[in-house]
Design a protein around this ligand. Structure first.
Ligand code: ADP
Ligand code: MG
Length: 238
């Protein structure tokens, strides 16, 4: 493929508590990449390093060695302002817990990253947020508080919040982990469709093999080593 990846990890290693007797290497040289519009599932047992990898890809944590390129830029070369701007403009985050703020409405929560980036949302930001909220089925919830919405609605609100700055990459760490299987499936399907519609690259951690099977690609991390699960065409789908 000649296209440039949106996110690329090259030989990433991560040691927690380096130089102490608690030092432990949890990523042992991870390589991966994801392209525009791709929906990639990241699977692996608890403690295998999935969240560590996502945090490093999202510049929330630094690797011990190796490189992360976001949209072709080596993030280790960025200043702290550059990193903050990268997190604000190019990357969206969705976590297992929605982290919505109950003093704000659904629409206001969706626009929080825009406010952080530029002070206050303008007319276009507002229109885009509304369009996305309608797209995920929250048109009747725009003025509701998070506590007035269901778990699935809260997570759809959080997904729109991750998309409002028009990022190139969305990192989602077990976004369906707190949902029942029906809502989880709905949220998953929405994210996959939105990846196609917006050209955003999605990387989603999940424990649910059935959900992962519907992704464009599956990356599996085992004891800090990444392997790619063969493409669906060659996978046993019985
Ligand atoms: P996963 O998300 O796949 O469950 P994590 O990336 O959270 O795995 O954790 C990978 C390993 O790193 C685990 O053994 C975990 O205990 C350890 N770990 C995670 N965060 C820290 C930390 N801040 N300090 C020390 N060890 C950590
Ligand atoms: Mg985790």
């Amino acid at each position: 493929m000649s296209e440039k990846p949106i996110v690329q990890a090259i030989n990433l290693r991560k040691t927690y508590n380096p130089g102490t007797d608690k030092a432990v290497e949890v990523l042992h040289g991870v390589d991966m990449q994801a392209f525009a519009g791709e929906f990639v599932a990241l699977v692996g047992q608890s403690g295998s390093g999935k969240s560590t990898l996502l945090n490093i890809l999202g510049a929330l944590d630094t690797p011990t060695s190796g490189q992360v390129l976001i949209d072709g830029v080596d993030i280790a070369r960025l200043s702290s302002d550059g990193l903050a701007s990268l997190r604000g403009t190019k990357i969206g985050f969705v976590f297992q817990f929605h982290h919505l703020l109950d003093e704000f409405s659904c629409l206001e929560n969706a626009l929080i990253p825009v406010s952080i980036r530029k002070g206050a949302p303008d007319k276009d930001d507002l229109a885009y947020a509304k369009r996305l909220l309608i797209r995920v089925g929250l048109e009747s919830q725009l003025s509701k508080r998070p506590s007035q919405m269901s778990g699935g609605q809260q997570q759809r609100n959080a997904i729109v919040r991750a998309l409002c700055n028009k990022p190139k990459l969305v990192l989602a760490d077990e976004p369906t982990g707190n949902l029942d299987s029906h809502s989880g499936q709905e949220v998953f399907t929405l994210m996959r469709e939105i990846a196609k519609e917006t050209g955003v690259a999605f990387l989603m951690v999940t424990h649910d093999d059935r959900l992962a099977a519907a992704a464009d690609r599956i990356l599996r991390i085992e004891d800090g080593i990444m392997t790619e699960v063969p493409a669906p065409s060659s996978r046993d789908r019985s």
